[in-house]
Every structure is written in C-alpha cells, then in structure tokens.
Design a binder for this molecule. Sequence first.
Ligand SMILES: [Zn+2]
Length: 153
Amino acid sequence: MMRFKQLEPRFVKSIPRELELGVLYVSMEYGTVVHGCCCGCGNEVVTPLTPTDWSLTFNGEAISLWPSVGNWNLPCQSHYVIRSNKVIEAGAWNKAKIEAEQRRDKKGKAEFYAQVDRQPDKSPAPLIAAAPAVQERHAEKSIWEKLCRWLVR
Ligand SMILES: [Zn+2]
C-alpha cells in the first residue's frame, strides 16, 4: 500500500538534507530528482536524469517520471510509477526479474557510454558535465593571452 498517492513537485537548486514526504524535489542544476519513498517508509529515493536512467516530463503543472521507480535496495521493495504527480502502484518484482533488470541497465549504460566515447563531437552528455570544460578553456585562453602579452613586451 502506498501512503502517498500524489506528489507535489518542487523545483529546487539543490536537494535539501531533510526531505518533506510527499514532495518530489527536482534539481535541474544537478540533473536529479529526489523524494521520500511513497510507501511511507520515508527512505530517500534518488532518480538521476540521464539518457540511461530516468526521464522527466513537466507540462507546467504536473511531473511524470519514466521508467518506474523500483526500490529494490530498500527494505520495503516498493515499486511505482509517477505519472502526472500521481503515484501508481506497480507490481512487486521477484529476484530473477530484478537481476534481469540490473543486467539490462548495466548493459545499456555500457553501450551508451561506449557510443559517446566513439563520437565525442556528437556527445549528448548533459550540459552540466560540459560546463567545467568550458570554464577551463576560458582559463587556458586567458593564460595564453597573458603569455602573449608578456612575449610582446
Ligand atoms: Zn518505502
């Protein structure tokens, strides 16, 4: 049984240390979504937004997450789908199905990141990962400029 049948989306810069239950915290800054488990156990559930993890859709009012949230590593083992802020209980998975999904997830990630490595220019890596590189390049340029100015003198 789900104690929380509905979640309130809350866009935040960073995820607070103390989670309010029934709130779906979305941090675009960190590309992650965090909420307290909807069964009511309150354990922290982190669903990173990446091409191989979760995707989020927001229609201006309600949030949907895909795929489902399976808390296999929590004692409650709850499994649900978040669609339009609503928590839809999904069936429990047995050990074999959980292991099969973990293998599929691992394989999918390995394939995805191998592809990214082969095509560095077409990398769909999130902007957040690109940001530090851009800053470094600027830093390099300014050092270079300083050196040039020094050489000219
Ligand atoms: Zn739970």
